[in-house]
Design a protein. Structure first.
Lengths: 329, 265
């Protein structure tokens, strides 16, 4: 049994590789560990993940738990929760941290209930206050921040993507690899995976994109997004959308940016035909630079934008795209 | 088939920023001048229940449970008009949403749910005020039921459900025996719009109101987190530089050049 106080960071494996936000997760974990004067441990779970484990050693964790089991090859909430619970029993962490991805959304509450532990989801800051560690999350559409301290041991936290600037790589791998074997009772699962359909993502991933071109209700039709996609290609940007185009089927629901959907913070966010509902702003207000293009000069989006143009996007985007092509050539 | 949908009344999330005021004395956020509404995510959950009701051969009864200090009948009428069959309100002065965490909320809801027959429980993926996203899984844990989260579509065949669950790069189909819990994804889409007749009829539908004693509890369960403080975050000041000089094409080209000059691109 491990006796040092430790902070455990769960890292996702996606298509055989470490999730792009792993470095961010470990950066946040390191903050927690420093606050608690605890060691930083990472855990990866899967099947045939020895190479990935070596990769994790470069991110500065003191220890990397490697949980290998055939039932963990792809994500199943019940098996992942069982395996992680077992690890937490043999090496009890003070805090368990993961990123607020779709997997984090499922796994963190499962684990919290299973361990009878408190959970702060969607945390954007980790600080100390009155000698206690605090976890801060936005509530009421980001209009208010709530600051929590742990009551239970462990306490769980999921952090919002792009809230912590990732540490840079170490040249020399550190950290010991600790293989963990778990007994997973397959008969205990209450849900069964029947089939999985993976869609070929067209273009750049929204959640890690440095630039995003997003369309709103003002785009008016599915074909309108073709214009945006052309400009996105020029910029090497991902395609985003506010809620209406997703609900209306003009664009994949995976493109949705906002409180519902992806919360993003790219270097450049170009909002086209987006009026700027609170729901949408809550998902992109953290962008470094915001460009707004809207035919309504009173649109709310201009209040949080750095650059604005009033006009019909069908006239603006082709000219903008052409000029960008010249500039970036 | 009996479906329970858990729905929360929240201050309108689209309300202006200054409508959300922190009362430091009470440690609560006091919304000013904005109406309560059904949490959008819970509307997704109700829509999912109504779609099952639409196609289930034996039909389905949909009960909406809501928990709070004071629950507006006008807000709940929207759920009845859309097609829910009854409302069960759990009301008590101690049930302020700002004082409960997911742990307490799930235990309170589970205590109420045990008093109602059900085959399926549907919740939203999170509430639109605190966005915690833990109650559905909590209900499943407390009631020892299977749970599928982030479900965008559900079909029921006999005593089994099939749910399409959203993944980062696609979706998967999960099977579970009933009774079960589903956390609906926002991808279910908006709640249907009721007709005038449905709105009129909604007023005749049953509304039950229970107190803590009715669900066998003396007080709300203890929370699993301590909230130290609440504050309004500072807004990052942004000065929007508008490009309007010259022809529309000139304005756009000037914008692009400025982005280049400011090293945005």
């Amino acid at each position: 049994m491990h006796t040092e106080k430790q902070v455990l960071v769960f890292l996702e494996i996606e298509r055989g590789a470490l999730h792009p936000m792993a470095a961010e997760a470990l950066t946040a974990g390191k903050q927690v560990a420093q606050n608690l004067r605890a060691e930083l441990a990472a855990v990866i779970m899967g099947s045939g993940i020895a190479d990935t484990a070596q990769n994790v050693r470069r991110y500065g964790a003191d220890r990397v738990y490697v949980v290998e089991h055939a039932s963990l090859e792809t994500y199943h909430g019940e098996y992942f929760c069982l395996a992680l619970s077992e690890l937490c029993r043999t090496a009890p962490p003070a805090v368990i941290l993961m990123i607020n991805t779709l997997i984090g959304l499922d796994l963190a509450p499962r684990l919290a209930w299973n361990l009878d532990a408190g959970l702060v989801t969607d945390c954007v800051a980790i600080d100390a206050f009155d000698g206690e560690i605090t976890f801060t999350k936005p509530i009421y559409s980001g209009n208010i921040m709530a600051v929590y301290t742990p009551v239970t041991t462990p306490t769980l936290v999921t952090v919002r993507p792009r809230s912590f600037t990732a540490l840079s790589f170490l040249d020399t791998p550190l950290g010991e690899i600790v293989p963990v074997s778990v007994a997973l009772d397959q008969a205990s699962a209450k849900t069964t995976l029947v089939e999985r359909t993976l869609e070929q993502g067209d273009g750049i991933r929204l959640e890690t994109a440095e630039r995003i071109v997003a369309g709103g209700r003002g785009i008016g039709k599915a074909e309108g997004f073709t214009l945006l996609k052309t400009m996105a290609e020029t910029l090497g940007a991902a395609i985003g959308a506010s809620r209406p185009p997703c609900d209306l089927g003009w664009v994949s629901s995976k493109a949705q940016v906002g409180q519902t959907g992806e919360i993003v913070a790219p270097g450049l966010y170009i909002a086209v035909g987006i009026s700027g509902s609170t729901q949408h702003l809550a998902g992109m207000a953290g962008s470094k630079t915001i460009v707004a293009i809207n035919k309504d000069p009173q649109a709310n989006i201009f209040k949080i934008a750095d650059y604005g143009v009033v006009g019909n996007y069908e006239d603006i985007i082709p000219v903008l795209n052409e000029t960008l092509q010249e500039i970036l050539a | 088939m009996h479906i329970i949908v858990c729905m929360k009344q929240v201050p309108d999330p689209e309300g202006p920023r200054d409508a959300f005021e922190v009362n430091q004395a009470s440690g609560l956020v006091e919304p000013r001048g904005i109406p309560p509404v059904l949490s959008l995510f819970d509307e997704n959950a109700l829509e999912m229940a109504l779609r099952i009701k639409d196609v289930h051969p034996a039909g389905a009864a949909v009960s909406v449970i809501s928990l709070g200090k004071r629950i507006s009948s006008a807000v709940m009428l929207k759920a009845l008009a859309a097609g829910a069959d009854e409302i069960v309100k759990i009301e008590d002065e101690t049930l302020d949403a700002g004082r409960l965490d997911s742990f307490a909320t799930a235990h309170l809801l589970a205590a109420a749910i045990r008093k109602i027959p059900y085959d399926l429980i549907i919740t939203g993926r999170q509430a639109a005020d605190f966005n915690d996203g833990q109650v559905g899984i909590g209900l499943a844990h407390i009631l020892d039921l299977p749970v599928v989260t982030l479900a965008r579509a559900v079909t029921v065949q006999g005593s089994e459900l099939r749910a399409e669950r959203v993944l980062a790069h696609g979706y998967e189909v999960m099977c579970a025996p009933l009774p079960a819990v589903i956390m609906a994804s926002n991808e279910v889409g908006e709640l249907r719009y009721p007709s005038m007749i449905q709105r009129r009829e909604a007023k005749q539908k049953p509304v039950r109101t229970w107190g803590l004693a009715d669900i066998g509890l003396a007080a709300p369960p203890a929370t699993r987190l301590t909230r130290k403080r609440l504050y309004a975050p500072e807004l990052r000041e942004r000065q929007c530089r508008m490009f309007s000089a010259g022809s529309p094409a000139d304005a756009v080209r000037n914008l692009a050049m400025q982005l280049k000059e400011d090293r945005v691109i």
